[in-house]
Design a protein around this ligand. Sequence first.
Ligand code: ADP
Ligand code: MG
Length: 445
Amino acid sequence: MHFKDLGLDQRLLKKLNHLAFNKPTEIQQTAIPVGILGKDVLASSKTGSGKTLAFLLPAMQRMYRSKPFTRRDPRVLVLTPTRELAKQVFAQLRTLNAGTPYDGTLIVGGENFNDQVKALRNDPMFVIATPGRLADHLEHRSTHLDGLEMLILDEADRMLDLGFEAQLRRIHEAASHRRRQTLMFSATLDHADVIDIASDMLNAPKRISIGHSAEEHTDITQRFILCDHLDHKQALLDKVLETEDYNQVIIFTATRADTDRLTKELNERKMKAVALSGNLNQTQRNSIMSQFERDCHKILVTTDVASRGLDIDKVSHVINFDMPKHAEEYVHRIGRTGRAGNKGDAISLVGPKDWKSFKNVEAFLKQEISFSTIEGLEGKFKGLKPAPKKKFVKKKPTSKKPVAKKTDSAKPKKKMDKRFYDNMAVGDNVFVPKKKKPVDPAKED
Ligand code: ADP
Ligand code: MG
């Protein structure tokens, strides 16, 4: 199949040809025709499979082929969980857009608010944003979304994880009209929270799922190594960096403090490492990312702030110095390598503190994972035993007559949303997802 078989405009085909994109990926083959028809889409496919073009091309097609609803409001809005990902989507749009009037505007946190107000006053047609900052602009009335034609949520589940549900709903309300088209994309979309918000924001969506998120990513070689303690982890990391033939590496740690400590250690040993964490200001974040993209540093040490979406083709290795707290983040972290058909390596260090997270990842991947060792650095730790199940102790019956308990039967019982059941596998515990507060929006919007 070729891009020309998908019903795309000649001008877009010419651009794709010029950019040497010859064959659409599977997700592009499936999602683009549906997107072009104006239907809502809820799509998942593995990391590095070309989801960005799968939503940008239908959006571009709309710009080329149809008249705007209004001249004032943005026509297309793309939301992403992190500023870095928004920038990358923006850059990809720019390469597609070069030489056309359909310029994009980037609206992310950490940048000057008033400059953004000015940019929005120019009535951009295409806005790429992080949800926190865009919601602030709605509040400030520097933009309106009454005429929005297309709302695209990239990595929708991560935006919910970060606690941006209220902002997403606010944006949805501001652009709530019958003719709006909504697309949601991620490699992991099976969460109850996602299904919940998707059922409110999408209208009879076409569900597209290319492979399951837990399916093994065959382009990525995954290794897991057990370690005893921090010094052992450090020794293993040194050995890995010494022996692996890497191009560029991303190392994930649990916290920002770990990121800084590890970067310092590596640099003391003359390894060119740089730290990216959410507590830096935006200028610093931008400069670190652009230096890493230009290959000025071989190693990027970071937290989950960089686990989503980033596409840097020289990243040959991902190392989990600490295992991620959320199992699905493992899939996204390792997905920073092995992109667009390239091969990649993922190495995870599993110590006693990582054991619980490791077991969650193992369950998420639905595989029994075996461990590798490094000669001369074998440890003693072999995993933790599962905690013994609490025995059920039957209470002795009391002779007293039971006093009638006050019940809340007058109150109607909270009805469990059927959608949660629909999303459950047999044997899953039924749960109601907690509403989360945004994680420090100053840092992560
Ligand atoms: P995802 O969002 O699924 O993780 P991206 O959209 O970031 O993946 O794309 C991953 C890489 O694949 C990018 O470098 C992109 O330029 C490239 N790519 C996308 N579509 C194609 C295609 N049809 N042919 C070749 N490369 C592609
Ligand atoms: Mg992506």
